[in-house]
Design a protein around this ligand. Structure first.
Ligand code: TPP
Ligand code: MG
Length: 331
């Protein structure tokens, strides 16, 4: 029961956060790009429920849902989007680079495919240290055509890394349909080439995603190696705030996918089969909307980073005199 409400809370928070953050991009004149994950909420809600707090996650340019699912505080996220000192990365990352290592969120990433090998690195560390942690990498259908995914899957397979590759196939990479750009009908079929299970799951159904992720996590924790999951889903907004998707996809298609909207469908499920009451869900929704409203207030009240912050935390602290001594000894 609790986990059903957790799923709803996560999905509703993501939807509300995306709605408000997208509006703020325009109204508050925030610099940079924002990629809304509205429509895709069931995937991070289902996957993250199968993870522990100290498991690792790496993410993409469309990463707000992943960060919320992993437990990053929305105040830190909103302030980061606003480029403020109080943000998760002190305002230096913005929407596409939100990270919070304290909850295992190793970072979103603006370069398509680049976060995939980072999850393999985290999984390799967990394996060497014997910690039992797993790492999840989220990426899109477009990223699966990048060489880096294939190199990562090969390495994960031969080293039996505790990593789960989660492809959010939202049917488009920018304006390019995946059925044009991808060589296979189901991207999960590519897993066969790397001797790992490849699962296709309904990415509009959080419980189906959860069950699938749970199996993959168990397999990884037992030392049996990686799994590839393809969650079929859809983004309801443009590629980024300002993009009009109707230039490249028919409104009939959007309508079809909106009938599958995971949030109202899961609400009905909770009321009819999950033992929830309307009052309970209304109160939860109101509380979440209030939290998101507060996150904007928090962001606006947070100062801009001073000049001195520019290079702080960009490189790891390393004692420079030691670096010089090492260099001199080599000569
Ligand atoms: C290496 C690289 N190539 C191109 C881009 C420009 N770009 C940003 S998002 C994107 C599409 C990615 O599609 P997909 O992986 O399906 O993710 P989605 O946007 O659908 O979530 C592209 C081509 C980039 N950021 N990095
Ligand atoms: Mg895509």
């Amino acid at each position: 029961m609790d986990h059903l409400l957790d799923i709803y809370r996560t999905m509703f928070t993501i939807r509300e956060f995306e709605k408000v953050a997208s509006k703020q991009m325009v109204e508050a004149g925030i610099r940079g790009l924002l990629h809304s994950s509205a429509g895709q909420e069931a995937v991070p809600a289902g996957v993250c429920l199968a993870l522990n707090k100290d498991d690792y996650l790496t993410s993409t340019h469309r990463g707000h849902g992943h960060a919320i699912g992993k437990g990053v505080h929305i105040n830190l996220m909103m302030a980061e989007i606003f480029g403020r000192l109080g943000g998760a990365n002190k305002g230096k990352g913005g929407s596409m680079h939100i990270a919070d290592v304290s909850v295992g969120m190793l970072g979103a990433n603006g370069i398509v495919g680049s976060s995939i090998p980072l999850a393999c690195g985290a999984a390799l560390k967990a394996k060497i240290m014997g910690t039992g942690q797993v790492a999840v990498s989220f990426f899109g259908d477009g990223a699966t055509n990048q060489g880096v995914l294939h190199e990562s899957m090969n390495l994960a397979s031969i080293w039996k890394l505790p990593v789960i590759f989660v492809c959010e196939n939202n049917m488009y990479a920018q304006s390019t349909p995946s059925d044009y750009a991808v060589s296979v009908e189901n991207i999960a079929d590519r897993a066969k080439g790397y001797s790992m299970p490849g699962e296709v799951v309904d990415g509009m159904d959080p419980l189906a995603v959860f069950e699938c992720a749970k199996k993959a996590v168990e397999r990884a924790r037992k030392g049996e190696g990686p799994t590839f999951i393809e969650a079929k889903t859809y983004r309801y907004e443009g590629h980024f705030v300002g993009d009009n998707p109707l230039r490249y996809r028919p409104d009939s298609e959007e309508l079809q996918w909106k009938k599958l909207d995971p949030i109202p469908r899961f609400r009905v499920f909770l009321l009819e089969e999950g033992g929830s009451t309307k009052e309970q869900l209304d109160a939860m929704e109101l509380e979440i909307s209030g939290n998101v409203f507060e996150s904007v207030k928090f962001a606006k009240e947070s100062p801009l980073p001073p000049e001195g912050e520019l290079v702080r935390d960009v490189y790891a602290d390393y004692p420079l005199d030691q670096l010089n001594r090492t260099a001199n000894n080599r000569e």
